[in-house]
Design a protein. Structure first.
Length: 255
């Protein structure tokens, strides 16, 4: 099997917020899955000087595709509110398999996919071990990496919350989130899916699954502001992160 390079990997230092904060280089990293990596990719990880890594995937995902041995401690902290157990309402397994077989679906299926992903972003904010672990490392002033499978949804939410807590603007946060997408790849996917025979609703369903969509992150922002009023109030109420701790994090992590 061909070894892989780091997938959807970046140092959050890359993000510039005009007139706002910037992270110090080499402190916080995000990534996709760290399995089956090429030697060059593993050497790159070794050079980062990581204290810890957080795997946001479920235990079953890890069993099927475990990370390669990492040059630091690694913690599995599954992303998800245990109370969030939503199954596809009105969409059975036959409908899902039929969609992939026939490459077509109706508007209800496409709307379901979009709503399901929106709820992943907005209804998984409490009792979330992944979020808890990311902020434990942040407040402990560690050099760390966090990842899921694709580095898009679970990793994207954690990165957005972290950046928001450190004072980045919403525009900057969404810019980091969308860096997961390559515009040319998005356009090529639309064309490719059309050539493969997917109908318009089917294309929408696949793209929602495969690409970062800003409206999903907007749903998270809206949920936090509606329920808690601010990121600071949310972190204090749900994860015990205090204003003094966030101030110390800004001193440690920001240029």
């Amino acid at each position: 099997m061909k070894k892989k390079k780091l997938r959807n990997f970046r140092d959050l230092h890359w993000l510039r917020d005009d007139g706002g904060p910037r992270l110090k280089e080499g402190r916080i990293f995000r990534s996709g899955v760290l399995a089956g990596l090429a030697p060059r990719a593993l050497r790159r990880l070794e050079r980062l000087g990581l204290d810890e890594a957080v795997d946001l995937r479920s235990p079953e995902e890890i069993r099927q595709k475990p990370d390669d041995p990492l040059p630091c401690a690694s913690e599995n902290a599954p992303f998800g509110d245990p109370a969030f157990t939503r199954e596809p309402d009105g969409i059975d397994r036959y409908a899902i398999s039929t969609f992939w077989k026939n490459r077509a679906c109706g508007p209800d299926f496409a709307a379901h996919e979009r709503e399901f992903y929106r709820e992943i972003y907005s209804q998984n904010l409490c009792r979330n071990e992944g979020i808890r672990e990311v902020f434990r490392l942040l407040t402990a002033h560690k050099t760390f990496l966090f990842h899921c499978h694709g580095g898009k949804d679970r990793t994207g939410v954690c990165a957005a919350l972290l950046l928001w807590a450190l004072g980045f603007s919403r525009e900057a946060i969404i810019r980091d989130y969308l860096k997961t997408n390559k515009p040319a790849a998005l356009a090529a996917s639309r064309i490719g899916l059309r050539l493969l025979g997917f109908n318009r609703n089917g294309i929408d369903a696949v793209l929602c699954n495969s690409f970062a969509m800003p409206e999903l992150l907007d749903a998270m922002f809206a949920e936090i502001e509606a329920r808690w009023g601010s990121i600071e109030a949310f972190l204090l109420a749900e994860y015990g992160v205090t204003a003094d701790e966030l101030a110390a994090c800004k001193t440690f992590y920001l240029e």
